[in-house]
Design a protein around this ligand. Sequence first.
Ligand SMILES: *Cc1c(COP(=O)(O)O)cnc(C)c1O
Length: 337
Amino acid sequence: MNPIDLRSDTVTRPTAAMREAMLLAEVGDDVYGEDPTVNALQARIAADLGFEAALFLPSGTQSNLCALLAHCERGDEYIVGMEAHTYRYEGGGAAVLGSIQPQPLPQSPDGTLPLAQVEAAIKPVDPHFARTTLLCLENTWMGRALPMDYFAQARDLCNRRGLSLHLDGARLYNAAVATGVAAGDITRHFDSVSVCFSKGLGAPVGSVLAGSNDLIARARRWRKVCGGGMRQSGMLAAACLHALDHHVERLADDHARAARLAEGLRAASGISVLGQHTNMVFFETPAQHLPALRRHLEVHGILASIGYLPSVRLVTHLEIDDAAIARTITAFQEFNP
Ligand SMILES: *Cc1c(COP(=O)(O)O)cnc(C)c1O
Protein backbone atom coordinates (compact mmCIF):
# COMPACT_ATOMS: atom_id res chain seq x y z
CA MET A 1 0.00 0.00 0.00
CA ASN A 2 1.53 3.32 -1.07
CA PRO A 3 1.50 5.88 1.72
CA ILE A 4 -0.69 8.92 1.09
CA ASP A 5 1.22 11.90 2.37
CA LEU A 6 -1.12 14.85 2.88
CA ARG A 7 1.08 16.71 5.38
CA SER A 8 2.35 19.25 2.88
CA ASP A 9 2.96 19.88 -0.81
CA THR A 10 6.68 20.04 0.04
CA VAL A 11 6.84 16.22 0.10
CA THR A 12 6.60 15.90 -3.70
CA ARG A 13 9.49 14.09 -5.34
CA PRO A 14 10.79 14.98 -8.79
CA THR A 15 9.03 13.07 -11.58
CA ALA A 16 10.98 10.97 -14.07
CA ALA A 17 10.65 13.77 -16.67
CA MET A 18 11.89 16.36 -14.17
CA ARG A 19 14.89 14.17 -13.29
CA GLU A 20 15.64 13.86 -16.98
CA ALA A 21 15.58 17.65 -17.38
CA MET A 22 17.92 17.98 -14.38
CA LEU A 23 20.30 15.41 -15.80
CA LEU A 24 20.55 17.24 -19.11
CA ALA A 25 20.90 20.75 -17.66
CA GLU A 26 23.75 22.93 -18.87
CA VAL A 27 25.60 24.22 -15.85
CA GLY A 28 28.30 26.68 -14.80
CA ASP A 29 29.40 28.43 -11.62
CA ASP A 30 26.43 30.50 -10.47
CA VAL A 31 28.46 32.43 -7.91
CA TYR A 32 30.30 33.83 -10.98
CA GLY A 33 26.86 34.34 -12.58
CA GLU A 34 27.84 31.75 -15.20
CA ASP A 35 25.23 29.05 -14.85
CA PRO A 36 23.14 29.32 -18.03
CA THR A 37 20.21 27.37 -16.62
CA VAL A 38 20.04 29.47 -13.44
CA ASN A 39 20.29 32.60 -15.58
CA ALA A 40 17.46 31.35 -17.79
CA LEU A 41 15.24 30.65 -14.78
CA GLN A 42 15.97 34.07 -13.26
CA ALA A 43 15.30 35.84 -16.57
CA ARG A 44 12.09 33.92 -17.12
CA ILE A 45 10.68 34.67 -13.67
CA ALA A 46 11.69 38.33 -13.89
CA ALA A 47 9.93 38.62 -17.27
CA ASP A 48 6.83 36.61 -16.29
CA LEU A 49 6.33 38.51 -13.04
CA GLY A 50 7.24 41.96 -14.42
CA PHE A 51 10.53 42.70 -12.64
CA GLU A 52 13.98 43.82 -13.78
CA ALA A 53 15.86 40.98 -12.12
CA ALA A 54 15.58 37.78 -10.11
CA LEU A 55 17.75 35.60 -7.89
CA PHE A 56 17.72 31.83 -7.36
CA LEU A 57 17.97 30.71 -3.73
CA PRO A 58 17.85 27.33 -2.00
CA SER A 59 14.70 27.98 0.06
CA GLY A 60 11.73 30.27 0.49
CA THR A 61 12.96 31.12 3.96
CA GLN A 62 16.30 32.35 2.61
CA SER A 63 14.54 34.17 -0.21
CA ASN A 64 12.22 36.07 2.15
CA LEU A 65 15.12 36.76 4.50
CA CYS A 66 17.29 38.20 1.71
CA ALA A 67 14.30 40.29 0.59
CA LEU A 68 13.81 41.71 4.09
CA LEU A 69 17.54 42.39 4.44
CA ALA A 70 17.60 44.08 1.03
CA HIS A 71 14.55 46.26 1.77
CA CYS A 72 15.32 47.23 5.36
CA GLU A 73 18.26 48.54 7.34
CA ARG A 74 19.14 48.01 10.96
CA GLY A 75 16.45 49.67 13.09
CA ASP A 76 13.82 49.49 10.35
CA GLU A 77 10.53 47.71 10.75
CA TYR A 78 8.26 45.60 8.54
CA ILE A 79 4.53 45.20 9.03
CA VAL A 80 3.46 41.58 8.66
CA GLY A 81 0.64 39.19 9.53
CA MET A 82 0.81 37.50 12.91
CA GLU A 83 0.31 34.14 11.21
CA ALA A 84 2.47 34.97 8.20
CA HIS A 85 5.36 32.69 7.32
CA THR A 86 7.83 35.60 7.25
CA TYR A 87 6.97 36.43 10.85
CA ARG A 88 6.12 33.14 12.48
CA TYR A 89 7.91 30.35 10.67
CA GLU A 90 11.30 31.72 9.66
CA GLY A 91 13.21 31.57 12.93
CA GLY A 92 13.02 35.32 13.45
CA GLY A 93 15.81 35.62 10.85
CA ALA A 94 15.21 39.27 9.98
CA ALA A 95 15.58 40.23 13.66
CA VAL A 96 18.48 37.84 14.25
CA LEU A 97 20.55 38.82 11.22
CA GLY A 98 19.24 42.23 10.19
CA SER A 99 18.18 43.93 13.44
CA ILE A 100 14.88 44.44 11.63
CA GLN A 101 11.87 44.69 13.93
CA PRO A 102 8.66 42.96 12.89
CA GLN A 103 5.33 44.68 13.60
CA PRO A 104 2.90 41.77 13.46
CA LEU A 105 -0.84 42.44 13.02
CA PRO A 106 -3.74 39.97 13.15
CA GLN A 107 -4.88 38.81 9.71
CA SER A 108 -8.50 38.82 8.58
CA PRO A 109 -9.95 35.37 7.88
CA ASP A 110 -9.35 35.98 4.13
CA GLY A 111 -5.61 36.49 4.73
CA THR A 112 -5.57 40.24 4.18
CA LEU A 113 -4.18 42.70 6.71
CA PRO A 114 -6.84 45.38 7.21
CA LEU A 115 -5.28 48.46 5.66
CA ALA A 116 -6.66 50.87 8.27
CA GLN A 117 -4.79 48.81 10.87
CA VAL A 118 -1.67 48.73 8.72
CA GLU A 119 -1.79 52.51 8.40
CA ALA A 120 -2.37 52.95 12.13
CA ALA A 121 0.68 50.77 12.84
CA ILE A 122 3.05 52.94 10.76
CA LYS A 123 5.25 54.66 13.31
CA PRO A 124 5.80 58.41 13.35
CA VAL A 125 9.17 59.69 12.19
CA ASP A 126 10.68 60.25 15.62
CA PRO A 127 13.79 58.91 17.40
CA HIS A 128 11.55 56.91 19.77
CA PHE A 129 10.41 54.60 17.01
CA ALA A 130 11.72 52.06 14.58
CA ARG A 131 11.42 53.27 10.98
CA THR A 132 8.48 51.54 9.27
CA THR A 133 9.70 50.80 5.77
CA LEU A 134 8.01 47.67 4.45
CA LEU A 135 4.68 45.89 4.26
CA CYS A 136 4.88 42.15 3.77
CA LEU A 137 1.91 40.15 2.43
CA GLU A 138 1.45 36.43 1.73
CA ASN A 139 -0.47 34.83 -1.15
CA THR A 140 -1.77 32.20 -0.86
CA TRP A 141 -2.12 32.39 2.90
CA MET A 142 -3.29 29.14 4.51
CA GLY A 143 -4.39 28.23 1.00
CA ARG A 144 -6.45 31.37 0.53
CA ALA A 145 -5.96 33.41 -2.64
CA LEU A 146 -6.19 37.04 -1.52
CA PRO A 147 -8.76 39.23 -3.32
CA MET A 148 -7.30 41.06 -6.34
CA ASP A 149 -8.63 44.51 -5.45
CA TYR A 150 -6.78 44.31 -2.14
CA PHE A 151 -3.37 44.42 -3.83
CA ALA A 152 -4.11 47.71 -5.57
CA GLN A 153 -5.34 49.18 -2.29
CA ALA A 154 -2.22 47.98 -0.45
CA ARG A 155 -0.08 49.47 -3.24
CA ASP A 156 -1.88 52.83 -2.89
CA LEU A 157 -1.27 52.86 0.84
CA CYS A 158 2.42 52.02 0.39
CA ASN A 159 2.81 54.77 -2.22
CA ARG A 160 1.06 57.29 -0.02
CA ARG A 161 3.10 56.41 3.08
CA GLY A 162 6.44 55.67 1.44
CA LEU A 163 6.57 51.94 2.23
CA SER A 164 7.89 49.16 0.03
CA LEU A 165 5.69 46.12 -0.58
CA HIS A 166 6.96 42.52 -0.53
CA LEU A 167 4.96 39.41 -1.40
CA ASP A 168 5.74 36.03 0.07
CA GLY A 169 4.34 34.21 -2.94
CA ALA A 170 5.50 30.74 -1.92
CA ARG A 171 2.28 29.48 -3.56
CA LEU A 172 1.78 32.37 -5.98
CA TYR A 173 0.93 29.99 -8.83
CA ASN A 174 -1.79 28.31 -6.77
CA ALA A 175 -3.32 31.77 -6.33
CA ALA A 176 -2.99 32.55 -10.03
CA VAL A 177 -4.55 29.26 -11.12
CA ALA A 178 -7.36 29.48 -8.54
CA THR A 179 -8.34 33.04 -9.50
CA GLY A 180 -7.69 32.74 -13.22
CA VAL A 181 -5.42 35.80 -13.05
CA ALA A 182 -1.94 35.73 -14.59
CA ALA A 183 0.75 35.57 -11.91
CA GLY A 184 2.24 38.80 -13.30
CA ASP A 185 -1.06 40.62 -12.76
CA ILE A 186 -0.83 39.78 -9.06
CA THR A 187 2.85 40.66 -8.72
CA ARG A 188 2.75 43.97 -10.61
CA HIS A 189 1.58 45.66 -7.40
CA PHE A 190 4.72 44.61 -5.50
CA ASP A 191 8.33 45.76 -5.21
CA SER A 192 9.52 42.20 -4.68
CA VAL A 193 8.13 38.69 -4.77
CA SER A 194 9.42 35.35 -3.52
CA VAL A 195 8.15 32.18 -5.22
CA CYS A 196 8.74 28.58 -4.07
CA PHE A 197 9.29 25.74 -6.54
CA SER A 198 9.55 23.05 -3.89
CA LYS A 199 5.84 23.09 -2.98
CA GLY A 200 3.04 22.20 -5.38
CA LEU A 201 5.27 22.88 -8.38
CA GLY A 202 7.14 19.72 -7.46
CA ALA A 203 10.83 20.73 -7.73
CA PRO A 204 13.13 19.21 -5.10
CA VAL A 205 14.68 22.56 -4.08
CA GLY A 206 14.51 26.20 -4.94
CA SER A 207 12.92 29.61 -4.66
CA VAL A 208 13.27 32.72 -6.75
CA LEU A 209 13.20 36.30 -5.50
CA ALA A 210 12.25 38.95 -8.08
CA GLY A 211 12.61 42.72 -7.83
CA SER A 212 14.43 45.74 -9.23
CA ASN A 213 18.08 45.52 -10.34
CA ASP A 214 19.16 47.41 -7.21
CA LEU A 215 17.14 45.28 -4.84
CA ILE A 216 18.34 42.03 -6.39
CA ALA A 217 21.96 43.22 -6.26
CA ARG A 218 21.56 43.83 -2.53
CA ALA A 219 19.78 40.48 -2.08
CA ARG A 220 22.60 38.71 -3.94
CA ARG A 221 25.09 40.12 -1.45
CA TRP A 222 22.87 39.06 1.47
CA ARG A 223 22.54 35.58 -0.02
CA LYS A 224 26.32 35.31 0.34
CA VAL A 225 26.20 36.60 3.91
CA CYS A 226 23.37 34.15 4.73
CA GLY A 227 25.50 31.13 3.91
CA GLY A 228 26.51 31.64 0.31
CA GLY A 229 25.41 30.96 -3.21
CA MET A 230 25.31 27.58 -4.88
CA ARG A 231 27.70 26.67 -7.67
CA GLN A 232 26.47 24.35 -10.47
CA SER A 233 22.88 24.88 -9.38
CA GLY A 234 21.58 24.71 -12.94
CA MET A 235 20.57 21.12 -12.22
CA LEU A 236 18.16 22.49 -9.63
CA ALA A 237 17.07 25.43 -11.79
CA ALA A 238 16.29 22.93 -14.57
CA ALA A 239 13.76 21.29 -12.25
CA CYS A 240 12.14 24.69 -11.67
CA LEU A 241 11.99 25.46 -15.40
CA HIS A 242 10.46 22.03 -15.99
CA ALA A 243 7.89 22.82 -13.28
CA LEU A 244 6.97 26.13 -14.97
CA ASP A 245 6.40 24.28 -18.24
CA HIS A 246 4.55 21.25 -16.90
CA HIS A 247 3.28 21.74 -13.34
CA VAL A 248 1.51 25.10 -13.22
CA GLU A 249 -1.80 24.41 -14.96
CA ARG A 250 -2.15 21.06 -13.24
CA LEU A 251 -2.40 22.88 -9.88
CA ALA A 252 -6.11 23.12 -10.78
CA ASP A 253 -6.27 19.32 -10.35
CA ASP A 254 -4.88 19.65 -6.82
CA HIS A 255 -7.52 22.27 -6.03
CA ALA A 256 -10.32 20.11 -7.43
CA ARG A 257 -9.10 17.10 -5.44
CA ALA A 258 -8.93 19.19 -2.27
CA ALA A 259 -12.54 20.24 -2.88
CA ARG A 260 -13.57 16.61 -3.32
CA LEU A 261 -11.69 15.64 -0.17
CA ALA A 262 -13.44 18.39 1.83
CA GLU A 263 -16.79 17.17 0.56
CA GLY A 264 -16.00 13.60 1.63
CA LEU A 265 -14.85 14.76 5.06
CA ARG A 266 -18.07 16.68 5.60
CA ALA A 267 -19.85 13.31 5.48
CA ALA A 268 -17.51 11.80 8.13
CA SER A 269 -18.69 11.76 11.73
CA GLY A 270 -16.71 13.64 14.36
CA ILE A 271 -14.93 15.77 11.74
CA SER A 272 -15.88 19.40 11.20
CA VAL A 273 -14.45 20.88 8.06
CA LEU A 274 -13.43 24.48 8.64
CA GLY A 275 -12.66 25.25 5.03
CA GLN A 276 -11.02 24.30 1.77
CA HIS A 277 -8.86 26.80 -0.08
CA THR A 278 -6.85 25.96 -3.20
CA ASN A 279 -4.92 22.77 -2.29
CA MET A 280 -5.59 22.81 1.46
CA VAL A 281 -8.34 21.40 3.64
CA PHE A 282 -8.63 22.34 7.32
CA PHE A 283 -10.75 20.47 9.84
CA GLU A 284 -11.27 20.08 13.55
CA THR A 285 -12.03 17.08 15.66
CA PRO A 286 -12.33 17.00 19.47
CA ALA A 287 -8.81 17.10 20.98
CA GLN A 288 -9.30 13.81 22.83
CA HIS A 289 -9.85 12.03 19.47
CA LEU A 290 -6.65 13.27 17.85
CA PRO A 291 -4.34 10.43 19.01
CA ALA A 292 -6.91 7.85 17.85
CA LEU A 293 -7.31 9.66 14.54
CA ARG A 294 -3.57 9.74 14.02
CA ARG A 295 -3.33 5.96 14.69
CA HIS A 296 -6.33 5.23 12.46
CA LEU A 297 -4.81 7.20 9.58
CA GLU A 298 -1.42 5.55 10.09
CA VAL A 299 -2.99 2.11 9.84
CA HIS A 300 -4.50 3.23 6.52
CA GLY A 301 -1.17 4.59 5.33
CA ILE A 302 -2.27 8.24 5.50
CA LEU A 303 -0.14 11.07 6.86
CA ALA A 304 -1.71 14.37 7.95
CA SER A 305 -0.37 17.49 9.63
CA ILE A 306 -1.80 16.99 13.14
CA GLY A 307 -0.94 19.17 16.14
CA TYR A 308 1.01 21.75 14.16
CA LEU A 309 -1.80 24.27 13.68
CA PRO A 310 -4.91 24.59 15.87
CA SER A 311 -6.76 22.68 13.14
CA VAL A 312 -5.69 19.63 11.15
CA ARG A 313 -4.43 20.40 7.64
CA LEU A 314 -4.50 18.16 4.58
CA VAL A 315 -2.66 19.27 1.46
CA THR A 316 -3.07 17.88 -2.05
CA HIS A 317 -0.22 17.84 -4.56
CA LEU A 318 1.43 16.18 -7.54
CA GLU A 319 1.53 12.73 -5.91
CA ILE A 320 -2.08 12.67 -4.72
CA ASP A 321 -4.30 11.13 -7.40
CA ASP A 322 -8.02 10.37 -7.50
CA ALA A 323 -7.50 6.94 -5.95
CA ALA A 324 -5.62 8.49 -3.02
CA ILE A 325 -8.49 10.92 -2.45
CA ALA A 326 -11.02 8.09 -2.52
CA ARG A 327 -8.95 6.00 -0.08
CA THR A 328 -8.55 8.96 2.26
CA ILE A 329 -12.27 9.74 2.26
CA THR A 330 -13.08 6.09 3.01
CA ALA A 331 -10.59 6.02 5.87
CA PHE A 332 -12.09 9.16 7.42
CA GLN A 333 -15.62 7.86 7.04
CA GLU A 334 -14.59 4.64 8.80
CA PHE A 335 -13.06 6.56 11.71
CA ASN A 336 -15.13 5.79 14.76
CA PRO A 337 -13.55 7.30 17.88
C1 LIG B 1 7.06 27.05 2.58
C2 LIG B 1 6.85 28.50 2.73
C3 LIG B 1 7.92 29.39 2.81
C4 LIG B 1 9.36 28.96 2.93
O1 LIG B 1 9.77 27.97 2.18
P1 LIG B 1 10.96 26.96 2.52
O2 LIG B 1 11.44 26.65 1.17
O3 LIG B 1 10.34 25.83 3.24
O4 LIG B 1 11.97 27.69 3.33
C5 LIG B 1 7.63 30.73 2.89
N1 LIG B 1 6.37 31.17 2.89
C6 LIG B 1 5.33 30.35 2.84
C7 LIG B 1 3.95 30.92 2.84
C8 LIG B 1 5.52 28.99 2.75
O5 LIG B 1 4.47 28.17 2.70
